[in-house]
Structures are given as C-alpha cells and as structure tokens.
Ligand binder design. Structure first.
Ligand SMILES: NC(=O)C1=CN([C@@H]2O[C@H](COP(=O)(O)OP(=O)(O)OC[C@H]3O[C@@H](n4cnc5c(N)ncnc54)[C@H](OP(=O)(O)O)[C@@H]3O)[C@@H](O)[C@H]2O)C=CC1
Ligand SMILES: O=C(O)C1=N[C@H](C(=O)O)C[C@H](O)C1
Length: 271
C-alpha cells in the first residue's frame, strides 16, 4: 500500500523538490498539493513544472488539498504550518514539519497537536546533518573545557530566518551536552567594543548569499588547535528524501512528537 502524501507550499523550493520525490517514489502517492491564494500554480497540475501529469491540481482550499491524505509534508512559514496543523488535527492527517523559524509558543502549539496526530518535526531532514548532531554531542562532552564554541551557517539570499533552524538545533545539542542553557548563553552576532570572549557563550554567525543551499560548521577553538565539524548540502533532494522517510514512518506510527533521530533509528534507545 502506498503512502498518500499531500504537499504544502507546492510552488516553493522545497515544495517542488517534494512533489518530484513523491512522484518518483513507487511506494508513495501524491494525494494533494497546497499553495496560498495568489500563487501562480493554483489550478495547474502539480507535476506541470516537471512536464508530467500527477492528476492532482494545486489548490488553496485546505480541505480539498488534504482530502484522502495520510500525511501532509509542510515546508512553508510558521503561520502557514500552524494553520495547516489545525485542520490536520481535525482530519487525523499526520504531519512532517520542515518549516523553521518558530517562536517557543508556536512550538508548544505543535507539541500539543502531537497529542492527537503523529508529527515529525526537524529543522533538517538530511541523514548527514542528523549524524552530525550525534557527533556534536560526543565532541562537546569531550571538549568540555578550554574550547570556545562558535556556530557558522551560510544559506541562499532568499532565506528569511536567522540563524537557521539547523544552527539553532546544533547549539541546543552542544549546550545540552555541556549542561548549559542555550537561551542564556547564545550570542547572535557581535559589533563594536564587545570585550573579551566569555568562555561560557556559544556564538552564532550567519552568512546569506547567492544560491548556497545550506552549510553549517561548529568550531571548537582551543589553545593550539581547532576542531571544525562541518556539513555542506549540495542538493535539496536530501531534505526531500528524508521527508519521505519521515512520512513512511508516520504512516505506521501513532500520535506523538517525533524527530529525525526516531525516523533514522539514531535515538540510542535501540532499533
Ligand atoms: N527541515 C529541512 O530539512 C528544511 C527546512 N527548510 C525550511 O522550509 C521552509 C521553506 O523553505 P523554502 O522551500 O526554501 O521556501 P520558499 O519560500 O521557496 O517556499 C515556501 C512556500 O510556502 C508558501 N507559503 C509562504 N507563507 C505561507 C503561509 N502563510 N501559508 C501557506 N503557505 C505559505 C509559499 O507560497 P508563496 O510562493 O505564495 O509565498 C511557498 O510556496 C523554510 O522555513 C526553510 O527554512 C528548507 C529546507 C530544508
Ligand atoms: O531555508 C533553507 O534553505 C534551509 N533551512 C533549514 C534551516 O533553517 O536549518 C535547513 C537547511 O539548512 C536549508
């Protein structure tokens, strides 16, 4: 039985990637494609940009777009994701949430929704980044004294949130491993006479330009050596493939809030 998947943000960079990935997957079926009022794709076949027929028309009517779906994959904006969540809860449709830039109260709303439906939310769906998160936990525990930690990320000129969701997650992992509270120790950029670096801080630096898909580096700078753990994306296809793995996972799971480590079996709790 194939997994019936609806895609939100159908005209977006990730939306298009996801439509292509679903149409190419023998065990997945595109059941709906959503976009906002005003999108040029509304009314068109969702596969038209690929020169292929999907049999699904892009719609801004959420009920029409979610009809028959088991899972909605949502890479939009926080306000869009929350609007979709309300109807997914009502209809019992699970959600893969890739959107970033949520405020804490918006994340709490998603966690509440996960009491009714399965939700897999992660700021980065690539296998590589999720393995890097595990490496960071190990590195931070081992380098817990004498190393200054800085997180540097670079993305394309169209990205609207900063630091990236992935950079923030990396910060959370490192802070957690060191017993620090990221909210209290994060420094988001420096300017002017800043004074010497406080060793308990975790610094963030953001680069935006061109078509950079997504680069992340965590720097552990000590005396006499530096360790850099980097991940560089060269294609959005990895995010799309990770999202499909998450959709398959949700199709066989009950309500709950899951992460990519659950999907990939990286929780350390065994398979
Ligand atoms: N978790 C992961 O692995 C990844 C996460 N992301 C995240 O996914 C999100 C989308 O990225 P990307 O595809 O590059 O962005 P785009 O801007 O290319 O696409 C966003 C899509 O969402 C639609 N949209 C915007 N606002 C709303 C709204 N309020 N309600 C419904 N739909 C809306 C847009 O419609 P319109 O065209 O009309 O504006 C567009 O179709 C970002 O938050 C990004 O950080 C990105 C890549 C990987
Ligand atoms: O907006 C993007 O493009 C990306 N966003 C995600 C993030 O904020 O971490 C994931 C990836 O880096 C691409």
């Amino acid at each position: 039985m194939s997994v019936r998947i609806a895609i939100a943000g159908a005209s977006g960079r990730m939306g298009r990637m996801l439509i292509e990935a679903v149409m190419q997957s023998p065990d997945c079926q595109l059941s709906g494609a959503l976009d906002r009022d005003g999108s040029l794709l509304l009314g068109q076949d969702a596969g038209a940009f690929l020169g292929r027929e999907s049999g699904v028309r892009v719609t801004s009517d959420l009920r029409e777009g979610l009809a028959g779906a088991q899972v909605l994959i949502d890479f939009t904006r926080p306000e869009g994701t929350l609007a979709h969540l309300a109807l997914c809860e009502e209809l019992g449709v699970a959600m893969v949430i890739g959107t970033t830039g949520f405020e804490p109260e918006q994340k709490a709303r998603i966690a509440a929704g996960a009491q009714k439906i399965g939700i897999m939310m992660a700021p980065n769906m690539s296998v590589g980044v999720n393995v890097v998160l595990k490496l960071l936990d190990m590195a931070a525990r081992a380098l817990n004294e004498g190393y200054d930690i800085e997180i540097i990320e670079a993305h394309h000129r169209h990205k609207v949130d900063a630091p990236s969701g992935t950079a923030l997650k990396m910060g959370e992992v490192v802070a957690g491993a060191l017993g620090r509270d990221l909210q209290a120790c994060a420094v988001y950029g420096r300017e002017g006479v800043t004074g010497e670096r406080d060793p308990s801080t975790i610094g963030f630096a953001t680069v935006r330009g061109g078509d950079i898909i997504g680069d992340h580096t965590v720097l552990f700078a000590g005396t006499g050596e530096r360790i850099e753990i980097s991940h560089k994306s060269s294609s959005r296809a990895t995010y799309a493939q990770g999202s499909l793995r998450a959709a398959r996972f949700l199709a066989r799971s009950g309500p709950g809030l899951y992460g990519m480590d659950d999907v990939l079996g990286l929780t350390g709790r065994g398979a």
